[in-house]
Design a binder for this molecule. Structure first.
Ligand code: ADP
Length: 587
């Protein structure tokens, strides 16, 4: 058995040697391109079984990170990324030969159809660009560096980035199909395809000494072959020695010692991609720079809003001050008006008194004459020695009675004439009517007959200012007397009716005097309207004001059952009273 196994021993001992290759032209092209490497390794490392694995960007990264590869051959940009991510370390750089230095071997060509109006990279603004993918180094990142130097951002300034994916020939297909205005190829691809060369030309071609192909970008080092972190240094050394022995003329390609990839690092740092993507973390300043039109717009809006708010606040304050001032003025005016009203009422009371007091002297004369009579009779009885205790008691009683009567009249007049502020309280209506009639009678020597027809319920109360209502009733009585005192006695009577309805209480003053003609009726309540020679014409207008201030009214009517006039003072009833009269049958 051991003998049988012997021939297999070298095969079993052969170590796998896996090389991941980035297939940028598609895996078939990659097989063709890298097969000399495979052959060389197979020939040089008999103890190993070299294999090429063709992968795209992500596939290569994944396989490398999972330890499935020992070496990678990829573009310089991808290499710089994997160097930072996975610790890949270049051991060789492709040497394309033909006078090209491995340090300056790769560029990108932006191609446009031969009849395109575009000529320079700067004209790409607003155009559609076909690329392999954003991760492509020769296919995009090198050109991105140039656009960036021209102040063009692929995202913002190009109309569209059309990603065609591998293989790179997709870029040409996109241009043919009219899907893009320009496309990006790795330089020298165009020169290798005669049919493409006829139909396309390169934008902003640069003059790179020693570089035969047209390039729109500066040149970067060629593809590296890199060992991965777990690859043994011994294997790396063997592979490096084997591949360095390749010759372009003999093997189709050759390798050189590892080139300096600093230029790629610088490009990536500038573009803030790959290992330098962390630079992209947006700082406040960078954001402000990038979005300055928005920031400026927002700042303007904010400024506008602040100005608007300040202005509105200012206007509100000014208007509030104006309003406060106007209110204060109105308040002062109202107070002034109240004072004037009180003054007018006072004057009106004095005027009624004045008119009635012509007869007051006569009225006071009666008790004074009676007092004098009784006093004289006492003196006479004393002279005649006939002064008895009973006579003194009788005369003294009469004198006191007459004096009280006179004092009573004067007291009422004093109260009535007093100047004071209005004050309302709930009180019986009948009382104030009686009091006023007494005052009226007391002031007139030949007072007319005043009859009171009281149809009020027993507890008829309401809220009013006693003096003001007294003033109204007295004014109505005086007017009734004025209208009738020259007429036959039968017409010199006054009927005072007190009654109620659902929510009001009425005091009606009816006379049988000269009555009111139509013209007078319209103007009765006008201030200063009078038909009397000595009248002021203020009485009724002030009385109506008093009635309205109590929430009531004062109106005039022409009676239909005879001559004269009726004046009706209506006062609103107090709530309790309304409730008690609502169900009269309950009582
Ligand atoms: P004055 O009594 O000073 O004239 P009033 O305002 O009290 O002022 O009355 C205005 C006018 O209304 C009177 O001049 C009179 O023509 C008329 N008037 C008032 N009451 C009566 C009444 N009972 N009968 C007829 N006319 C009246």
């Amino acid at each position: 058995m051991l003998l049988a196994l012997l021939p297999l021993a070298p095969a079993c001992a052969a170590q796998p040697l896996r090389i991941g290759v980035l297939a940028f032209l598609g895996s078939e092209a990659a097989v063709e391109e890298w097969s000399p490497v495979l052959r060389r390794l197979q020939a040089s490392l008999p103890g190993h079984t070299p294999a090429l694995v063709h992968l795209d960007h992500d596939g290569l990264r994944l396989a490398a990170s999972q330890g499935e590869l020992d070496f990678i051959i990829t573009n310089p940009g991808h290499y710089v990324e994997l160097e930072a991510e996975l610790g890949a370390s270049r051991i060789l750089t492709l040497d394309a030969g033909g006078g090209r230095s491995p340090e300056r071997a790769l560029g990108s060509a932006v191609i446009v159809p031969a009849d395109s109006p575009l000529h320079s990279l700067a004209e790409l603004r607003g155009k559609r660009l076909a690329i392999v993918g954003r991760e492509g180094f020769g296919g995009f990142q090198m050109l991105w560096g140039e656009l960036d130097a021209l102040g063009l951002s692929p995202e913002r300034h190009l109309a569209a980035l059309h990603e065609v994916g591998f293989p790179m020939s997709g870029v040409v297909a996109a241009l043919d199909a009219g899907l893009a205005d320009a496309g990006v190829l790795r330089s020298c691809l165009l020169e290798n395809r005669a049919d493409w060369q006829e139909r396309f030309r390169v934008l902003s071609p640069r003059n790179e000494p020693g570089f035969a192909c047209a390039s729109s970008t500066p040149l970067y080092p060629d593809w590296p072959l890199a060992a991965l972190r777990h690859t043994s240094p011994e294997l790396s050394r063997m592979v490096a020695i084997a591949l360095l022995g390749m010759r372009t003329e003999r093997d189709g390609l050759a390798w050189a010692v590892p080139a300096d990839y600093q230029a790629v690092h610088e490009l990536f740092r500038r573009l803030e991609i790959g290992p330098y993507a962390y630079l992209r973390a947006p700082t406040l300043m960078a954001l402000a720079e990038r979005y300055w039109p928005w920031v400026a717009g927002f700042a303007l809006l904010l400024l506008g809003w602040i100005i608007y708010t300040v202005r509105v606040e200012h206007l509100v304050q000014r208007r509030t001050a104006e309003l406060r001032h106007a209110l204060a003025e109105r308040e002062a005016l109202t107070q002034h008006m109240h004072a004037a009203q009180e003054q007018a009422e006072h004057l009106s009371r004095l005027s009624v008194l004045g008119e009635l007091s012509g007869t007051l002297a006569h009225e006071l004369n009666q008790p004074l004459a009676a007092i004098a009579n009784y006093a004289n009779s006492l003196v006479r009885r004393a002279d005649n020695q006939r002064l008895t205790e009973a006579a003194v008691r009788e005369a003294g009683g009469e004198i006191a009675g007459q004096a009280e009567r006179a004092a009573g009249i004067l007291g009422q007049i004093r109260v009535f004439a007093r100047k004071r502020a209005a004050s309302r309280e709930r009180q019986p209506v009948r009382d104030v009517v009686d009091e006023t009639v007494a005052l009226f009678r007391g002031m007139l020597a030949h007072a007319p007959e005043v009859r009171i027809a009281d149809e009020l319920p027993a507890d008829a109360c309401t809220e009013f200012d006693r003096l003001q209502i007294q003033q109204v009733i007295l004014n109505l009585l005086k007017n009734a007397w004025d209208a009738s005192h020259g007429l036959p006695v039968a017409r010199q009577r006054i009927l005072l009716t007190l009654d109620t309805d659902a929510d009001s209480l009425h005091i009606r003053v009816r006379d049988y005097g000269v009555g009111i003609d139509a013209a007078t009726r319209n103007r009765l309540f006008e201030a200063f309207f009078t038909t009397k020679a000595d009248g002021m014409g203020l009485g009724l207008s002030i009385c109506r004001g008093i009635a309205e201030a109590h929430g009531g009214r004062l109106s005039a009517d022409i009676p239909d059952d005879g001559p004269g006039a009726i004046f009706v003072l209506t006062l609103p009833q107090a709530k309790r009273y309304i409730q008690s009269t609502a169900k009269p049958t309950d009582a």
